[in-house]
Each structure stands twice: as structure tokens, then as C-alpha cells.
Design a protein around this ligand. Structure first.
Ligand SMILES: [Zn+2]
Length: 239
């Protein structure tokens, strides 16, 4: 195999290794997962707050109802006494009537407060439902993504290891002088070796002179005049 072909193979391996390493970076940094976790936590604290407020609303609505029942009972008792004929003085009568009015007013106030509480309760229930839905969605997305990352990370790592082994073997077959040249070009660009396509360098799309192409046919290693990349010509190419 020509040195040029070996370099071309090396270029292919290095490109793929580069891609895989970029992917592995994404999997290990877990940026998307972290962002989802933040969203989940934010929603969870809203959920906790609303659920707590809902509990409070239920509690005060219940205690209001108990108070209303107590007042109604009080009214009933007072009225019974009033109509039983047991009331002896006008002063006592007036006192009882005043008492009745106060209890009636108390009931009205409590009922107004209860309507507010009922409205708040309904609003909170809706919020809690929405939050619960969101939380479930975030959790599912998180779990799915995590599983996907784990799987893909595993396969990317395995492929990367395999390619690196192939690379080590390949390096032994490449002349040191040729490898140095490859490494030097690679310092400036990811694709150090490029094909010639219709007489043009595939790296910079500039014309490659006939002399260069001839040199390539003679199995010489040639850099593109314009961009400096190493040019690759297939053995049976007529290009
Ligand atoms: Zn070029």
C-alpha cells in the first residue's frame, strides 16, 4: 500500500475519532440533563407551595363550616327559648334579639369568606394538576435521555477504543517523515488529507496544477499549493 493510502486511512480514523470524542464530551457533560433537573426542581417547589396552600384552604373551609353550624345551632336554641315564653323581661328579650342578629351577621361573613376560599381552592387544584403533569413529563424526558446517553456513551466509547487500536497498528506502517508531515498539517486543520475532485483540492476548492497531479501519480506526497493540505489521489483515478 502506498504511503498516501495509509495516510488517507489515518485521516479517516482520526476524523471519526474526533467525532466520537465530541459526542463523548456531550454525554459526560450532561448539560441537557442538568437543565432538565433545574426545571424539575423549580416546578417541584411551585408544586409543594401550591399543595401546602391547598391543604390550608381545605382546612379553613372546614373550620368555617363548623363555625357556621355552631352559629345556626345557637340561633335555633335562642329562638326556641324566645318562643317558649320563658323570657320574662324586655331587657332580656332585647339582649337575645341582639344576640340573634350578631349570630346571623356572623354566618353571612363566614359564607362570604367561604366563597373566596372555594375560589382559591379551585385555582390551586388546577395549578397542582398542571404542575403534576409537568413534573411527570420532565421526569420521563430525563429518564429517557439518561438511558439514551448511557447506551450511546457505551457504544461510542467502544468504537473509539477500537479505532484507536487500529490507529496504533496503522502508525507502525507509516514512515516517520510522512507522519511528521501529516501531524504538521493537522495542527492547522482537522482534515489534513483531502481528495482531488475534478482537478480541484477538496479542502479549499482551488485548482490543482497538472504538474502536481503528475507528481501524485508518481506516488510523491504533495501539499496543496493554496491551503497546504496533503493531496490524495486514488490509484486508478484518471482525475
Ligand atoms: Zn487546498
Amino acid at each position: 500500500m502506498r504511503q498516501m493510502d495509509l495516510l488517507w486511512k489515518l485521516q479517516g480514523l482520526d476524523s471519526r475519532i474526533g467525532e466520537l470524542e465530541k459526542k463523548l464530551d456531550v454525554y459526560t457533560s450532561k448539560t441537557k440533563l442538568k437543565r432538565l433537573k433545574v426545571k424539575f426542581d423549580e416546578e417541584k417547589s411551585l408544586f409543594d407551595r401550591d399543595e401546602e396552600a391547598l391543604k390550608e384552604a381545605v382546612k379553613s373551609s372546614k373550620s368555617n363550616r363548623v363555625k357556621v353550624e355552631e352559629l345556626k345551632f345557637g340561633i335555633q336554641k335562642t329562638e326556641e327559648k324566645l318562643y317558649s315564653g320563658a323570657v320574662s323581661s324586655v331587657k332580656q328579650l332585647e339582649g337575645m334579639q341582639k344576640n340573634l342578629e350578631e349570630m346571623q351577621r356572623g354566618i353571612e361573613m363566614l359564607e362570604i369568606a367561604n366563597r373566596d376560599i372555594q375560589n382559591r381552592k379551585m385555582r390551586l387544584e388546577e395549578q397542582v394538576r398542571t404542575s403534576r403533569r409537568k413534573l411527570r413529563k420532565y421526569k420521563n424526558t430525563f429518564d429517557g435521555l439518561k438511558e439514551k446517553y448511557n447506551k450511546e456513551e457505551k457504544s461510542a466509547r467502544a468504537e473509539c477504543e477500537d479505532l484507536k487500536q487500529q490507529r496504533q497498528k496503522l502508525l507502525k506502517r507509516i514512515d516517520k517523515r510522512v507522519l511528521d508531515r501529516y501531524n504538521r498539517v493537522r495542527l492547522g486543520t482537522d482534515t489534513a488529507v483531502v481528495e482531488i475532485n475534478e482537478g480541484k483540492c477538496k479542502g479549499c476548492h482551488m485548482e490543482v496544477s497538472v504538474v502536481y497531479t503528475e507528481k501524485l501519480r508518481e506516488e510523491e506526497l504533495v501539499n496543496c499549493e493554496t491551503c497546504g493540505r496533503i493531496l490524495y489521489l486514488e490509484r486508478n483515478s484518471e482525475g
